[in-house]
Design a protein. Structure first.
Length: 134
């Protein structure tokens, strides 16, 4: 099975999915933790806020149990960013683009509409992830 997909130059979805599964299993075996990213955003907000108001962060119930810090999960999220960048660079698909072609074909090329829709979708996805416990 080829690593790259023949139709668009991207990675073969079966290979990428299988590799993601292997990483998930290794995460439990090696670190004893399941993969997740939503908690990292909360911790990052706590880290940033602690730069300006450490006393306020210390009073928050969430951070009384767990002090916001850079941990394995935070590094995992950084790894996702760097890994996706390296992946897109390696297959030649990287490009700066405010409005993807598929979006422009269906909804138009307005950057504000695209940005608001992407932001709203991210908020809904993050809310759902936090509601489900991470």
């Amino acid at each position: 099975m080829p690593l790259k997909s023949s139709h668009d130059g991207g990675w073969n979805p079966y290979v990428a999915g299988a590799l993601s599964g292997v990483v998930s299993i290794l995460s439990v075996w090696v670190a004893g933790r399941f993969l997740g990213a939503s908690t990292t955003f909360v911790r990052t907000a706590g880290l940033i806020e602690s730069l300006f108001a450490p006393e306020r962060v210390a009073q928050m119930e969430l951070f009384r149990l767990e002090i916001p810090q850079i941990d394995w999960q935070w590094m995992f999220v950084v790894g996702i960013l760097l890994g996706s960048l390296l992946s897109s660079l390696s297959d030649g698909s990287f490009r700066w683009q405010a409005v993807p072609d598929m979006w422009a074909e269906k909804f138009g090329s307005n950057k504000l509409t695209r940005g608001l829709t992407a932001f709203s979708g991210g908020v809904i996805a993050m809310f759902g992830a936090r509601l489900a416990g991470g």
